[in-house]
Design a protein around this ligand. Structure first.
Ligand SMILES: *Cc1c(COP(=O)(O)O)cnc(C)c1O
Length: 415
């Protein structure tokens, strides 16, 4: 199916880009090995590659080397190249650059900035991203951040500092309150201010949302979540259509060196192949569970973008291809009721993280978002009774039965 097609505007187009998601996820970057015919990419462990003559590299004709050939594995690795080409294709980008974790990908994007510049960032951004920005980037690089509610247009507009704001950082839906923000409108605003616009698309995965199509300059993923999908690999990736940004990220990837191992790249690629099937199944379970919880007497409120009661339901329907499999809800009562709920669950595992085949439940106030200052948690609505579910692909009746039993125990719990 390779080489890439030439488009009318002279740009090269990935040969798979006209295909359906499942075809792309399974085949892009993963053509049978030209030497052996192996139908899955080799886990290429070599750290160094022989050269034809000094400076002339092997593999320049292989698409997964991006025309550069291979010399040293931090600089370029065949397994990693396969994963990057597959990721670019499923996220509708020309280029993908992968990293050892989602936060390593985030830090590579921050390396695009210079001291004194400014970032506009969504207020309930992932806790680890917030910690990195507040406690590492600000004090070390003197790069300033304004955390703002992207659904408050006047506050968002006021957050920009003319001449200084260089980056806009959005997550939609957010974590853990699943607030949905307008990607296309934010792209226009970022453009007006001459800032690069990045969307963390971890929560929906490329199967349910493609921010580059809506005007984003970069998409970042924690591969650790839906793309890996089995709670067994940590990774990150940035996808872009901008050649200059790609060039810089590639330089940073090699210069900083936070690369995924060949085995990690293989695991991520293996996960990606079933992303569409897992996302369909998990989202189907999630919608049924959200509906069930919404009419349950032990639940005060449910937040799920696929419910008409969600504050940005219409926007979610417009810009997403699906509602995802994350649900946030408030257990009726106080902390001790929520605690009993989480302790009683048997099928849902009490654990941080998300996006895998097994269902997880957690308390953001005590677990994932404990490092967020208490007053910030309050304004974001992260109170003690809030529970976050990452719905997996187990049998639905077992998940519902588990939740019902735990809610009953929560209701009976005394302080
Ligand atoms: C987990 C996560 C990250 C960080 O990714 P790691 O792979 O854990 O470094 C970033 N953003 C979101 C939305 C996440 O869920």
């Amino acid at each position: 199916m390779y080489p890439p097609r030439q488009m009318s505007d002279g740009k090269k187009k990935e040969a798979y880009s006209d295909r359906g998601f499942g075809t792309i996820a399974i085949h892009a970057g993963q053509e049978p090995d030209p030497g052996t015919g192996a139908v899955v990419p080799a886990i290429s462990l070599a750290t160094t590659f022989s050269q034809v003559s000094p400076g002339v590299k092997h593999g320049t004709d292989l698409p997964n080397s991006f025309g550069k050939g291979f010399e040293y594995s931090r600089t370029g690795n065949p397994t990693r190249g396969a994963f990057e080409r597959a990721m670019a294709a499923v996220e509708h980008g020309q280029f993908a650059v992968s990293f050892a974790s989602g936060l390593a990908a985030t830090s590579a994007i921050v390396h695009l900035l210079e001291t004194g510049q400014h970032v506009v960032i969504v207020d309930d951004v992932y806790g680890g991203t917030q910690r990195y920005f507040r406690m590492v980037v600000k004090p070390t690089y003197d790069i300033d951040f304004t955390f703002v509610d992207f659904n408050d247009p006047s506050a968002l507009d006021a957050a920009f500092q003319p001449g200084r704001t260089r980056l806009v950082w959005l997550e939609t839906p957010t974590n853990p309150t699943l607030k949905v923000s307008d990607v296309a409108a934010t792209a226009a605003l970022a453009k007006k201010h001459g800032a690069l616009f990045v969307v963390d698309n971890t929560f929906l995965s490329p199967y349910f949302q493609n921010p580059l199509d809506l005007g984003a300059d970069m998409v970042v993923h924690s591969v650790t979540k839906y793309i890996g999908g089995h709670s067994d690999v940590v990774g990150g990736v940035v996808v872009t259509n901008l050649p200059k940004v790609h060039e810089k990220l590639r330089f940073i990837q090699n210069s900083v060196g936070a690369v995924p191992s060949p085995f990690d790249a293989y695991m991520a690629l293996r996960g990606l192949k079933t992303l569409h099937v897992r996302m369909e199944a998990a989202a189907r379970n999630a919608l049924a569970i959200a509906r069930h919880l919404e009419q349950h007497a032990g639940v005060a409120r449910v937040l799920y973008p696929g419910l008409p009661s969600h504050p940005q339901y219409a926007l979610a329907q417009k810009q997403q291809h699906g509602s995802g499999a994350m649900i946030t809800f408030y257990v009726r009562g106080a902390l001790h009721n929520a605690r009993r709920f989480l302790e009683t669950l048997q099928v849902f595992i009490l654990a941080e993280s998300l996006g895998a085949v097994e269902s997880l439940a957690e308390s953001p106030a005590i677990m994932t978002h404990a490092s967020v200052p208490a007053e910030v948690r309050r304004t974001l609505g992260i109170d003690d009774t809030l529970v976050r579910l990452s719905v997996g692909i187990e049998s639905l009746p077992d998940l519902i039965e588990d939740l019902d039993r735990a809610l009953e125990a929560a209701g009976a719990a005394t302080a």
